[in-house]
Ligand binder design. Structure first.
Ligand code: UTP
Length: 304
């Protein structure tokens, strides 16, 4: 068994973000901020903290803001320098120095599997990580690092797994686990099954380590559910022929690509924020305990 170092991460960002329309009509979903950092910042930071040195973004139309975010901004940096704003200047410079970033276009959003396949030539013949930035995971040890450790022990592709409720299985890629251990072998995966079809309540969260063989299976994959080239179809073949592991990761997970998930993530990150947490906690207490009128303040239309 050959275990190779994982140096590259693929971050697909070419989706339309329809769940966040109209905001995403003119701005990439990945640029929506959780406090003062866009969602994409957290994913890149997680990869870099895990030892990744090269990031491959799969982008699409309307994602220029993302490229600008990770680029140098000479005019802004010059202004901040002149104004003596050293702390924020350092933060801004650090963003562009985070990692080596490469961009590839997915000309048509034909699905996550199709997006990952765009990275084939840049990844080459080595294992690599995939991070879906909507899935925000906050924990002591970065989630992708946890998966890298499982790869280090097993030499197999690894998926991040989390429990969901039986009523929600039809929204996710669901895992058929061979055992109920923390690290387990996967018998197979099924995309958006009905409650009756689902082999478990474990779903795939957007963190993966892939053996480069995944590209061969993606190339063979025909459009599946929703007319998209699904990554789960290729994982199914990878699991059968090469073996795939699942890992119940440690950390708090929010789906920031979903409106309610985004709100929860904002509250959670706010409560943990070094400078804001005290005042924010007081505000939340005030809203919940002291001002029922404020809770009821939104009109039904605004709540939709
Ligand atoms: P989602 O399923 O969240 O789709 O994609 P989406 O278009 O981003 O958002 P909604 O569901 O319409 O609101 C999961 C990840 O895969 C990427 C997305 O950018 C996101 O990071 N993706 C999806 C692509 O890069 N290309 C695709 O063709 C589809």
């Amino acid at each position: 068994m050959e275990i190779r170092k994982i140096r590259k991460a693929v971050i697909p960002v070419a989706g339309f973000g329809t769940r966040f329309l109209p905001a995403t009509k003119s701005m990439p979903k990945e640029m929506l901020p959780i406090i003062d950092r866009p969602i994409i910042h957290y994913a890149v930071e997680e990869a870099v903290r895990s030892g990744i040195t090269e990031i491959i973004f799969i982008t699409g139309r309307g994602k220029r803001a993302l490229e600008d975010y990770f680029d140098h901004s000479f005019e802004l940096e010059h202004r901040l320098e002149k104004a003596g704003k050293k702390e924020i200047l350092k933060q801004i410079k650090d963003i562009s120095d985070m990692a080596e970033i490469v961009y590839i276009r997915q000309k048509e959003a034909l699905g996550l599997g199709h997006a990952v396949l765009r990275a084939k030539d840049l990844v080459g013949d080595e294992p690599f990580a995939v991070l879906l930035p909507d899935d925000l995971i906050n924990g002591e040890k970065p989630c992708i690092k946890q998966l890298m450790e499982v790869y280090g022990k097993t030499g197999k592709s690894v998926l991040a797994a989390e429990e969901t409720s039986p009523n929600k299985v039809s929204a996710y890629g669901i895992i058929d686990p061979a055992t109920d251990e923390h690290t387990f072998k996967i018998n197979g995966v099924i995309e958006k099954p009905s409650k009756e079809e689902a082999p478990s309540n474990l779903y795939i969260v957007g963190r993966y380590i892939f053996d480069p063989k995944i590209f061969e299976y993606l190339e063979e994959t025909k459009p599946g559910k929703g007319g998209e080239i699904q990554v789960t179809d290729a994982i199914q073949k990878l699991a059968k022929n090469e073996g795939v592991m699942g890992y119940k990761f440690e950390g708090e997970h929010h789906d920031a690509g979903d409106k309610l998930g985004f709100l929860k993530a904002t509250v959670s990150y706010g409560l943990k924020h070094k400078k804001l947490s005290g005042e924010f906690k007081n505000y939340l207490k005030e809203v919940i305990l002291d001002k029922p009128a404020l809770q009821a303040g939104m009109t039904e239309k605004e709540n939709k």
